[in-house]
Design a protein around this ligand. Structure first.
Ligand code: PMP
Length: 356
């Protein structure tokens, strides 16, 4: 029996995507070859890459002003690549620090140039999204982390600037409808809502490139990847294929409008149980609660062992909180069925009954 997978990432993928991927490992497109042993220059894989890009543009409703890339190195490499490409030698990059992934992005940007952190919720252990800050008049870009995987907070509205807004959307990409045209650059490691680990989605507004005089190393230069259509070097063939299947799945489901409804429903069910159940309490500020990662604790620590045992019995996996904040984290990404949430809620209610 398949477990209820609440893992924060790599995380649950749609079952049909896993099945189709296994078929392709055995026999890719009836070619008599495994997907794992075909050339990335062959027509079958070129079609996969093109289809994946087309689906991203369709799902995000992107104009031709944007280019879609599939790269390696995870979101962590984007922490460095973004400033290398967009932060001018005499310019300034502005960051909002909403968690340790934002802090990691800030650390890399500081190696490239001048960085101003205009707001941070670090002092409160990143339990909310800062809202009162003033944006400088001029900057090369403003960087935000739209969803903070570890803490379970999420931007509900995006800051409005006269300069490009760039975002790490690793843990909430394609989970709800947003206006992607508000962003100059978006990046996301695939391993939550998009596919398996090993590929990173980058969406870049082309007009932002070529404005620095920096001599950017080839792999780190977005323009090089655009010119080579994400085939500058051997791309992660398998991860890109699974991402394409996941995008197809999302598109067939009705795209962002439909998945948002489902995600809202799933999150509402879980948060209302966290709030109702006398044993639990949520970690993050209610108004900033993430649709993707719900963080909570058991008020009475003595119940942790019993709860963990019950989770195991119910075949619930991956519910531990991140080691830096402890407690529990239910990652309820696009592919997690609502049934898994219901099972988790049953266990929470059973624990309440048992301990009353
Ligand atoms: N940003 C966010 C919001 C994340 O959750 C993570 C970790 N999954 C990262 C960046 C780092 O991603 P990667 O492991 O792909 O470098």
């Amino acid at each position: 029996m398949k477990k209820h997978n609440f893992s924060a990432g790599p995380s649950i993928l749609p079952q049909e995507v896993i099945e189709k991927s296994s078929e392709a490992i055995l026999n890719f497109n009836n070619s008599g070859l495994s997907l794992l042993e075909v050339s990335h220059r062959g027509k079958d894989f070129i079609a996969v890459m093109e289809n994946a890009k087309r689906l991203v543009k369709k799902i995000a409703n992107l104009s031709d002003d944007y280019e879609v890339l599939f790269l390696q190195g995870g979101a962590s490499l984007q922490f460095l690549i973004a400033p290398l490409n967009l932060l001018k030698e005499t310019g300034k990059a502005v960051y909002i620090d909403t968690g340790s992934w934002s802090a990691a992005a800030i650390k890399e940007a500081k190696k490239v140039g001048n960085v101003e952190v205009i707001a941070s919720s670090k002092e409160q252990n990143y339990n909310h999204i800062p809202k009162s800050y003033s944006l400088p008049k001029e900057a090369d870009y403003l960087h935000i982390t739209t969803n903070n995987t570890i803490y379970g907070t999420q931007f509900k509205d995006f800051p409005v600037t006269d300069y490009p807004l760039i975002a790490d959307m690793s843990s909430d990409i394609f989970s709800k409808q947003i206006d992607f045209s508000k962003f100059g650059l978006i990046y996301a490691g695939a391993q939550k809502n998009l596919g398996p680990a090993g590929v990173t989605l980058v969406i870049i507004k082309k007009e932002l490139l070529g404005k620095t005089n920096r001599n950017i190393p080839s792999y780190l230069d977005y323009q090089v990847h655009i010119d080579k259509e994400s085939m500058f070097n051997t791309p992660p063939v398998f991860a890109t294929y699974v991402t394409m299947l996941t995008l197809e799945w999302l598109d067939k489901k009705g795209g962002l409008g439909e998945i948002e409804k489902l995600n809202q429903e799933k999150a509402a069910l879980l948060y209302s149980e966290i709030d109702r159940n006398s044993l639990f309490s949520g970690i993050s500020a209610v108004e900033d609660r993430s649709l993707m990662n719900a963080t909570f604790i058991l008020k009475n620590e003595k119940l942790n062992a019993t709860f963990k045992e019950m989770l195991k019995e119910a075949q619930i996996s991956g519910l531990e909180g991140h080691r830096s904040i402890g407690g529990y984290r239910a990652s309820i990404y696009n592919a997690l069925p609502i049934n898994s949430i219901n099972i988790l809620i049953e266990v929470m209610q059973l624990l309440e009954k048992k301990s009353s």
